[in-house]
Ligand binder design. Structure first.
Ligand code: PEP
Ligand code: MN
Length: 342
C-alpha cells in the first residue's frame, strides 16, 4: 500500500502512521521526495487494508501497489534514485563506467588496470576476489588476498571499488574492503544473501540471473530493499537463450522496461552478455542509446593471459577506444561522463 502524505506533513504525523503499521506487524518505509512524502506499507495486505489510514492526520491518499515488488517500484517512488559513491554519481544525469579485470590476479595487474581505466575516464574499479566459476577446477579467485589488493589499488588510484560477495559468511570481510558489494547472476535468487545485503549500508550491484524474468529480477532487488538498503544498482548482463553464437543474449529491452517499472539505476554488462571483446563497443553504444545509467566492462592488461574471462576482456587501449566511441553518444543523450562529479 502507498500512503501519500499531504504537503507540509509533520514528522509526528508520519511517525503516527508508521507506528500504527508496526502495531499490526507491518512496516512503513518512509520516502521523502522533492514534492511529497510517501510511506510504503509493507506486510500483510489484508490487515493493512483494514486500517483506517485515510483518517490519520496528514494522510492525503492510500493506494494499493499493484506490482508484486513494492519498494523498488515506480509506484512507490516516482523520482529516479541517484546514488553517490564518494563523489561518483550514478543515476539519470550521468553515465557511469565501471571497469577492471574479471579477477584480481596480482598487485601489478590490478594497479596497472586501475591506472589505465582511470586515465581513460572510468569512475569505478571492478575486480573479482571470490569467483563463481562453472568448473570447480577453474581459478576461484585470490579471496582475502584479492580483497587486500583491491583496497590497495583503491588507495593508490583513488577510485571506488566493487567486488562480488559470493557467500553470506564473507559479507563482513568483503564489506570492509570495498565501496560497492556485487551479487552475481548465479546468486540473484540466493535469498539469504540478498537479505544480508539489505542490512548493509553500502550500495549493492545486483546482476540479473541468466534465467530470471524481469519481474524475478526486481523481486530480488525487493529482498534487498525490504531490509532497509535501497542503494541498489541493477545490472543487465545477458540471459540464456537458444542462441549459441554469444555466451548469453543481451536483453537490451530490459533496460527501458526496468526504467519504467522501477526507480533504481540500471547498467549494462556487455562482456558477460556476449563473451566476445569485439562486441563490447557496439553493445555499449546500444546501452547508452536505450537509456542505461552506465556499463560495466572487463579490462585486462593482457587478455590472452587472463585467469578468467580473457576472450571478453578489453586491453587498456581497446578500453580507451570504447570510451571515446561512447563519449559523443553520452553527450547526445544529455548525460555527463565526468570521472568526478566535482
Ligand atoms: C562478474 O562480474 O565477473 C561475474 C561473475 O558476472 P555474472 O555474475 O554476471 O556472471
Ligand atoms: Mn567475468
Amino acid at each position: 500500500m502507498i500512503i501519500t502524505m499531504k504537503k507540509g506533513v509533520t514528522e509526528e504525523q508520519i511517525r503516527n502512521v508508521v507506528q500504527k503499521l508496526e502495531q499490526i506487524g507491518a512496516r512503513g518505509h518512509v520516502s521523502v521526495g522533492e514534492f511529497r512524502t510517501v510511506i510504503g506499507a509493507i506486510g500483510d495486505d489484508a490487515k493493512i487494508a483494514q486500517l483506517p489510514l485515510e483518517a490519520f492526520p496528514g494522510v492525503e491518499s492510500v493506494m494499493p501497489i499493484l506490482k508484486p515488488y513494492k519498494l523498488v517500484s515506480r509506484e512507490f517512488q516516482e523520482e529516479y534514485t541517484i546514488l553517490n559513491i564518494d563523489d561518483v554519481e550514478i543515476g539519470p544525469r550521468t553515465f557511469t563506467v565501471i571497469a577492471g579485470p574479471c579477477s584480481v590476479e596480482s598487485e601489478e595487474q590490478i594497479v596497472s588496470v586501475a591506472r589505465a581505466i582511470k586515465a581513460a575516464g572510468a569512475s569505478i574499479l571492478r575486480g573479482g576476489a571470490f569467483k563463481p566459476r562453472t568448473s570447480p577446477y577453474s581459478f576461484q579467485g585470490l579471496g582475502r588476498e584479492g580483497l587486500k589488493l583491491l583496497a590497495l589499488a583503491r588507495k593508490e588510484v583513488g577510485l571506488p571499488v566493487v567486488t562480488e560477495v559470493l557467500d553470506v559468511r564473507d559479507m563482513e570481510l568483503v564489506y570492509e574492503h570495498v565501496d560497492i558489494l556485487q551479487i552475481g547472476a548465479r546468486n540473484m535468487q540466493n535469498f539469504l544473501l540478498l537479505s544480508e545485503a539489505g542490512k548493509q549500508d553500502k550500495p549493492i550491484l545486483l546482476k540479473r540471473g541468466f534465467s530470471a524474468t524481469i519481474e524475478e529480477f526486481l523481486m530480488a532487488a525487493e529482498y534487498v530493499a525490504k531490509e532497509g538498503n535501497s542503494k541498489i544498482i541493477l545490472c543487465e548482463r545477458g540471459i540464456r537463450t537458444f542462441e549459441t553464437a554469444t555466451r548469453n543474449t543481451l536483453d537490451i529491452s530490459a533496460v527501458p522496461l526496468i526504467k519504467k517499472a522501477s526507480h533504481l539505476p540500471i547498467i549494462v554488462d556487455p562482456c558477460h552478455a556476449t563473451g566476445k571483446h569485439d562486441l563490447v563497443v557496439p553493445l555499449s553504444r546500444a546501452a547508452v542509446s536505450v537509456g542505461a545509467d552506465g556499463i560495466m566492462v572487463e579490462v585486462h592488461p593482457s587478455p590472452q593471459e587472463a585467469l578468467s574471462d580473457g576472450p571478453q576482456s578489453l586491453t587498456p587501449s581497446e578500453f580507451e577506444t570504447l570510451m571515446s566511441e561512447i563519449r559523443p553518444l553520452v553527450e547526445l543523450c544529455g548525460r555527463t561522463q565526468r570521472q568526478r562529479r566535482i
